[in-house]
Design a protein around this ligand. Structure first.
Ligand code: 6PG
Length: 243
């Protein structure tokens, strides 16, 4: 684990999501930056976080200051049930007052290689850079049961070495095309949040936190912001096997 790592453990998933929404709100208050660039993930865990933002914080957050991007997208149209963009729309954007031009989706309906290049250009144009790579203010990631994060799966660790901003990739089991930010861009963020809940994730979390040999095969093990902070938001079930 990098030296700037913080691990926050809560009793239940509900408490994790509440705490994350509060931390997110406070983060937006803590800086006078005119714009924040936030990269979201898909999967089921962030749903409660989106719901909380769309509820308690809908009127409190200055949404026009926030720009939303994605860490990864499934290559499906934006109205497909599998779309990470649709998930965030259904649970957050459709319920808050945010300018449409602040939402920067990955176009899953386009040719993956082409869209990866185009999305990278859009990111490059709008974000500040540190070294050769753009800097997201917050990157929100999950961890899959196989140890993947964003759409970087086991067996694709080269995506941490790659010098592109985005890459087209594939889910190794389903073969579904994906587009993902690469490891260098993720690790260039100012803050990375790893949101992980549930007993099914306990083994992977323990491998990563305990620095087990097995963790070296897991993409999530390589999440380590070079100049930023890494904060784990986990529940007791996910943290149950940690030493
Ligand atoms: C995706 C993701 C992915 C996700 C993890 C965790 O589009 O599938 O962005 O990396 O964050 O698979 O997903 P759950 O929250 O569903 O466990």
């Amino acid at each position: 684990m990098s030296s700037t790592t913080e691990v926050k453990i809560y009793k239940s998933q509900k408490k994790v999501l509440k705490a994350l929404a509060k931390a997110f709100y406070k983060f937006t208050l803590s800086s006078n930056q005119s714009h924040f660039h936030v990269a979201l993930s898909g999967g089921s865990t962030p749903i409660g976080f989106f719901d909380r933002l769309a509820g308690k914080y809908a009127q409190k957050i200055e949404w026009e200051r926030l720009h939303f991007w994605w860490c990864d997208e499934r290559c499906v149209p934006p109205d497909d049930e599998e779309s990470n963009y649709k998930l965030a729309c259904d649970h957050l954007f459709s319920k808050i007052d945010i300018p449409e031009c602040n939402i920067h989706r990955i176009r899953g309906e386009e040719l993956p290689e082409e869209e990866a290049k185009d999305y990278a250009k859009r990111i490059s144009k709008m974000l500040n850079h540190r070294g050769a790579y753009p800097v997201f203010d917050i990157v929100l990631l999950g961890v899959g049961e196989d140890g993947h994060t964003a759409s970087i799966f086991p067996g694709q660790l080269e995506l941490f070495e790659e010098d592109k901003i985005c890459s087209a990739t594939r889910h190794p089991l389903t073969g579904q095309s994906r587009i993902t930010l690469t490891g260098r861009v993720i690790n260039n963020a100012s803050m990375i949040v790893l949101l992980v809940t549930g007993a099914k994730k306990a083994r992977r979390i323990a491998e990563i936190m305990n620095n087990d040999e097995a963790a070296k095969l897991l993409p999530a093990y390589y999440i380590a912001p070079e100049n930023g902070v890494l904060v784990w938001f986990i529940d007791e079930e996910a943290g149950a096997k940690m030493k």
